[in-house]
Write a protein that binds this ligand. Sequence first.
Ligand code: ADP
Length: 452
Amino acid sequence: MADIWERSSGIVYVILAAALVWLIFGAMKALIFSTLALLWMVFHHVRHIVLLERWLLRSDHTQASIPAGSGAWDDVFAHLARYVRQHSQSREMLSLALERMQSVTAAMPDGIVILDEQDRIEWCNRVAEQHLGIHLSLDMGQQITYLVRQIPFVEYLAARKFSNPLILKQTRQQGLILSLQLVPYSFNQKLLISRDITRFEKLETMRRDFIANVSHELRTPLTVINGFLETLSDDTSVNSDFNKRALLLMTEQATRMQRLVEDLLILSRLEDAQNKIKEQSIDMSSLMHKLLLDAESLSAGRHHIQLDVVTHDQLLGSEEELRSAFGNLISNAIRYTPDKGEISVRWEKRAGQGIFSVQDSGIGIGSEHIPRLTERFYRVDNSRSRETGGTGLGLAIVKHVLSRHDARLEIKSQVGKGSLFTITFPAKRLVLEQVAECQHRILNDQESSMTP
Ligand code: ADP
């Protein structure tokens, strides 16, 4: 309110002066005086509006270029000058921060690409240009999939599941292996981070090849040693107690070594990316009965083993690999459950997913060990594992088989009470009982029509 009175003071003065003129010189002079005064005021405001408009139309809105004003306009231009000063200060700070960010990202060993909500390139650093074959000046605004055309990358981008990185082996540069990770931020924008993992992958391949080669080379000599040990064990002429004991120990250790080599070879095969799984529809009822027979033979009547096949839905996957994974869990349950213990093996369907579980009333596992159980050679109790013929690789094999079948393993256990190992297969890996029957009938019909 005070502002309004202050800004209107000019008009008040004109009215007072006009009244004075009226009193001294009469009404006509007062009218002429007030008209001239008002015209002057209008001219004053129009002049300042024109100055303001000219300033607004200029491209450089600097503090120095703000016009000088008089009267009420002096305050207006002073406010404007303060605003322009603050604005240019924050612009300077912003561009400094941006420059700093760009120089930091340019110095980073990883490539960084900023993508908009439609996966178009907004900005990238020099490393990303080298990794992905981008020329920022030409490709800004271009869809990233025009430049990185590899199908796994296009699928990774479309799937919008960015928790794990993608390993890209076929890149524009011969022999370059990249790990690509998308990180969503802000509103639908993404950062694409590329990392050169060529050296790491080469080392991994060397490690895998070395283990596979050593295991392969050890296989033949071990078969020969085991063969001769078996012959010698059957030889009745070996009658000294020392020789008999030595033979027994040698046979035990050689068999253990052979199991270890076999497990290492299985792991190498599972790790080999070229070795794709042979998908087939597995008749779970029949597989479960085979597993029961193996379990009964291993337990030799020392445990009570129960088998439940709750669903007759079949499972899509490699029967050989899954039999080995399921067999490992059952053999562990037998080996880590004292005599007369209970073991229950189940195949069922829950919420559309396939569930295979093995429960035992055995020695159990402390919760601190559970996260590490699937590591190679990780054992809770070394001597018990060896005594019962364990290699320390069983659960590592299970983990690899499951990751090839999009399945996950859950372990619940209580020391002294027992353990529950549960494998969950996604719904896409289940073949409904009726569909499986239909497929079976079609196959049978085809076979009978082919036989003359
Ligand atoms: P191992 O050949 O030693 O059994 P695994 O990889 O199969 O190797 O298992 C790793 C470790 O997990 C075992 O050494 C054992 O300590 C523990 N373990 C696995 N299954 C069970 C079980 N059902 N009950 C108790 N401990 C178990």
